[in-house]
Design a protein around this ligand. Sequence first.
Ligand code: NAD
Ligand code: UGA
Length: 456
Amino acid sequence: MKKRILCIGAGYVGGPTMAVIADKCPDYRVTVVDIDEERIAAWNSEKLPIYEPGLEEIVFRRRGKNLFFSSDIERGIRENDIIFVSVNTPTKDFGAGAGMAADLHYYEKTARQILKYARSPKIVVEKSTLPVRTALAMERILKCGSTDANFEVLSNPEFMSEGTAIRDLEYPDRVLIGSRETESALKAREVLVDLYARWVPREKIITSNIWSSELAKLAANAFLAQRISSINAISALCEKTEADVREVAKAVGMDSRIGPKFLEASVGFGGSCFQKDILNLVYLCRHYGLEEVANYWEGVVRINDYQKERFVMKMLDAMFNTLRDKKICLMGFAFKANTGDTRESPAIYVAKRLVEEKAKIVITDPYALPNARKDLAGIKGVIEFKEDVYEAARDCHALAVLTEWEVYRNLNYKKIYETMEKPAFIFDGRNIIDHQKCFHIGFNVYPIGSPPLTHF
Ligand code: NAD
Ligand code: UGA
C-alpha cells in the first residue's frame, strides 16, 4: 500500500469523498471512522446510511479491499499518515454566538484525539467547512502535546453537492488546497496535490494560503445562496407584476457574465450548509467589526426565510384564508432531489406552519420519509406519511410540490385530480409541473414567480 488515509467523520462528505479516493487510488488504503457506531454499521451493511446516486456501486466495489469503515478511532489515527477531518460543524445553539457562530466542539475533539493517539508524523486535512482561521486552533492544539509527532495542517474544503456528489467528486470544477508557506507545509501540500492528481486534471488543482482556502469555501456557499435569494426576491415581484420569473431568469442567465445556473426560483433553499455557512460568515464579519458586510450577507438568509413564509401565506390566502382541517399533500420532503437528506429542508418549515394553521398534512417522498418522520416527531397535529404519491394525494384539498423530484413532473395529474376534494389546488414550490396542463385538468395552479392560473 502506497499511502494510508484516514477520514474522521463518516457523514455525507466523509463517506462519498473517501469512497471516490479509494476508487481512484486502488493502491491506497482508506479508512473512515466515526463515533456513531450505528452509522459505521450501516456503512458496513447492504443498506448504506445515506442515499446518493452512484455511491453504492463504488462502496460495494471497494469495501473490504482498500476501503474500510470502523469505530476504532485510536487505531485509525495511529496507523494512518494522512488524516482528513470531516466532522459536522453545525450552527452553535448555546452561549456566545448562539444561532450564528459555528459549533466547533466536534472539530476540536478530533484535534485532541489526534494529539492523544498519534505517534508518527501526520498530515491533518481540514475537510469540514470552518470559520476562517480555524486551522490556527488545530495547529495550536496539535503543537501543545508532549509527542514528537510532527503535524502539518492543510485546508482542503469540499465543494460537492448532495444528489450529485459522486459526479462532483469525480469531475470537480476545482480542488482547493490551502497551506502555510513553510517548507514542510509546502511538502505536505504536494502530497495532497499528488493524491488528487490521480484523477483531477492538474490545472484544476489550485493551491493558496490556508486562510484564503478556508474563506473561499464560506464565500462560495454565500455566493451560491445569494443567487437563489436574488431570483427568489425577483419571484415575489413577478407575482405582483405578471412577469414570469422563468423568463426573467432565462434572459438574465444568458448574459455570459452571469450564467444560467442556480437561478431557479423555489420555495427557498435548504440543506445543512447554506444557512449555517452564511450565518457563520455574518458572525465572523461582526466579530471583526464589519457590520455593513455582515448585514449584506444576512440579507440572503432573511430573503430565504421570507420566501418560505410567503409560500405558506400564499396557500392560506388562496384557500380562502383558512386551512383548518384541510388535507394537504406535501410532495417531497428532501431539501433537493436525489437525496434522502432533509436537513434545513424548506419542507420542515412549511409542514410546521401548516400544522400551526391546523391543516392535516400527508407527506410523500421517494427517499426522505425516514428523515421526515424524525424531523416532525413530537409535533402535535395530524401528520401522515405515505410512500405512494397517488395515495398521499387522495382526498386532499391541495398539493404542495416542495422537492423537484423528476417523478413529480409527469404524474397522472388527471387521475390525482379525480381523487381530490374540489376546488383542488396545486402550489408548485419548484416550478416543475406543467401548469397549463394541470389548469386545464381543473386545478387552481399557483407557481412560484408567475401569476396563478385559477378557475375563480
Ligand atoms: P454529517 O453530520 O453527515 O457527518 C459528520 C460525522 O462526523 C457524523 O457522522 C458524526 O458522528 C461524526 N463525528 C463528529 N464528531 C466526531 C469525532 N470526534 N470523531 C469521529 N466522528 C465524529 O456532516 P456532513 O454533511 O458530512 O458535513 C461535514 C462537514 O462538511 C461540515 O463542516 C459541512 O459543512 C461540510 N460540507 C458538507 C457538504 C454536504 O453536502 N453535506 C458539502 C461540503 C462540505
Ligand atoms: C451546496 C453547494 O452547492 C455545494 O457546492 C457545497 O459543497 C455544499 O452546499 C455544502 O457546502 O454543503 P447542497 O446544499 O448539497 O450543495 O445542494 P445545492 O444544489 O447547492 O442546493 C441547495 C439548496 O438550494 C437546495 O434546497 C436546492 O433545492 C436549492 N436551489 C438550488 C434552489 O432553490 N434554486 C437553485 O437554482 C439551485
